[in-house]
Design a binder for this molecule. Structure first.
Ligand code: GAF
Length: 383
C-alpha cells in the first residue's frame, strides 16, 4: 500500500469517516548557504522527495482531532473554544498547535476537523521534518478554511509558529523551500526580500544525503546562541544584518571584536559570498568550482561557526577524497549532527555508498542512512 493509502486507511479506522482532502509538504536539503538565512543572506536549498502528508475532513465540532501515524498512532485533541497553549510533551503537537494559533491570529475563522499525519522525512536529521509538518498543516488549513494565503505567506506563518510557539529562532529557509520548491532545480533564495531563482543541478549529478545518525535537537542546541552572536556583530557594525557587510569590511575591523564573535561573523559573510558564486557555477556546470565552494563552506562551519561534529567531518573528508573535484560534499542544515549532502557524478554513486557502508561504522560507531534525493515540488493538495 502506498504512503497515502495507508494514511487514508488509518484515518478511516480512527475517525470512522473518509478523508476529504490530502496535502503534502516536502523536507529539504540545503546545497550551500548555512546559517545565513536569519542574517538576511542567501541560501541554496532544494525541496526533496521525502514529505509529510496530512489527510483531513471537517468534523462539524469545535475540536481539531489529530492522529500521528508515525508516533504510535497517538491522538491529540485541540479545543478551539479555549486558548491554545504550548504543551510540555509530546513535542510534535506544538508544531500543529503553533500553526493553528497563527491562523487564529490572522483572524481566520477555524472550525473542528479530523486530521491524520504521516511522513517519511527522517526526523531530527536536519532535513526539515518540523518545517514540513508546519507547512503541510498550514497548507491544509489555508485550503479548508479558504484563507487565501500564498505559499510564501504560509511559510512565514509557519516560521512564526516555530519562533513564537515552539521556541526555536530559526530563519525562513526551511519553511520557504518546503512551501515553494520546484521539481526542476534548487532555489537561490534572497532571505531579505524572499525572492527566488531556480538554479540547475547538472543532470549527471545525483543528490546524495547521508544521515550521520548523530542525534540533534534544534531547540536544545546552540542554534539560538549562534543567532544571538550574529546579531551582536550586526549591531556592533550598526547594520540591520550581517548581510550588509562584506568580508573586506569585517576583516578591516577585526580588532574591535571578540575572537569568537569575529569567527561567527566571518562564517556568515564568507558563506553568503560562496552561495552566490555556487549558484552561478551550478548554472554554468562548473562542478570543480562547486566542489571547492562546498569544501570551503564545510571548513568554515567546522572552524569558524563550530557546528560540525567528528562523524560528520569523517563523512565529508572521506567522501571528498573519493570525489576530488568531480563532485561536492559538505554538512547540511543547522549542525551538531544531522546530514551531509553530496553532489555525486552518477558514475561514482555506487562507490560513495560502498565507502560509507564499509567504513563509517568502524570509524565512528554509528550506522549511516543514505538517501537518493531529487528536487521536488513544494507543498500542495495531492488528493
Ligand atoms: C535550521 C534552521 F531552521 C534554518 O532556518 C537555517 O538557519 C538552518 O538551520 C541553517 O542554515 O535548519
Amino acid at each position: 500500500m502506498s504512503q497515502i493509502d495507508q494514511l487514508k486507511a488509518a484515518f478511516a479506522a480512527t475517525f470512522n469517516t473518509e478523508a476529504l482532502a490530502t496535502y503534502q509538504a516536502p523536507g529539504r536539503v540545503n546545497l550551500i548557504g548555512e546559517h545565513t538565512d536569519y542574517n538576511d543572506g542567501f541560501v541554496l536549498p532544494t525541496a526533496i522527495n521525502y514529505q509529510t502528508v496530512v489527510a483531513c475532513t471537517l468534523n462539524g465540532t469545535n475540536r481539531i482531532e489529530v492522529l500521528a501515524c508515525d508516533f504510535d498512532n497517538e491522538t491529540h485533541v485541540i479545543d478551539l473554544n479555549v486558548p491554545i497553549t504550548r504543551q510540555s510533551s509530546p513535542e510534535w503537537v506544538n508544531y500543529v498547535r503553533g500553526v493553528i494559533v497563527e491562523f487564529q491570529r490572522l483572524g481566520v475563522q477555524l472550525s473542528g476537523l479530523s486530521m491524520a499525519i504521516t511522513g517519511n522525512v527522517p526526523q531530527g536529521a536536519g532535513l526539515s521534518s518540523s518545517a514540513a509538518l508546519e507547512v503541510a498543516v498550514g497548507t491544509a488549513l489555508n485550503d479548508l478554511f479558504n484563507a487565501q494565503l500564498s505559499p510564501t505567506d504560509i511559510a512565514l506563518l509557519s516560521q512564526r509558529a516555530e519562533n513564537d510557539f515552539v521556541g526555536c529562532n530559526c530563519g525562513i529557509m526551511d519553511q520557504l523551500i518546503s512551501a515553494t520548491g520546484v521539481a526542476d532545480g534548487a532555489q537561490l533564495i534572497d532571505c531579505r526580500d524572499l525572492s527566488t531563482q531556480t538554479v540547475d543541478i547538472p543532470t549527471d549529478l545525483q543528490i546524495l544525503v547521508i544521515n550521520s545518525n548523530v542525534k540533534r535537537g534544534l531547540v536544545d542546541s546552540a542554534y539560538n546562541q549562534r543567532r544571538e552572536q550574529c546579531e551582536a556583530v550586526a549591531k556592533h557594525f550598526n547594520v540591520k544584518a550581517l548581510r550588509d557587510i562584506s568580508s573586506a569590511e569585517l576583516n578591516a575591523r577585526v580588532d574591535e571584536l571578540d575572537g569568537e564573535l569575529f569567527q561567527r561573523a566571518r562564517h556568515v559573510v564568507t558563506e553568503n559570498e560562496r552561495t552566490l558564486i555556487a549558484a552561478e557555477a551550478l548554472n554554468n556546470g562548473d562542478i570543480a568550482m562547486v566542489s571547492r565552494l562546498m569544501q570551503a563552506s564545510h571548513a568554515s562551519m567546522r572552524d569558524d561557526f563550530n557546528i560540525t561534529v567528528a562523524p560528520i567531518d569523517w563523512l565529508v573528508d572521506n567522501i571528498h577524497e573519493q570525489l576530488g573535484l568531480k563532485g561536492g560534499v559538505r554538512m547540511t542544515g543547522g549542525g551538531f549532527g544531522g546530514c551531509v549532502v553530496a553532489l555525486v557524478p552518477q558514475g561514482l554513486v555506487a562507490a560513495v555508498i560502498q565507502l560509507v557502508e564499509q567504513h563509517y561504522e568502524a570509524a565512528t560507531g554509528l550506522v549511516a542512512d543514505i538517501y537518493l534525493c531529487n528536487s521536488s515540488q513544494g507543498a500542495g493538495r495531492i488528493d
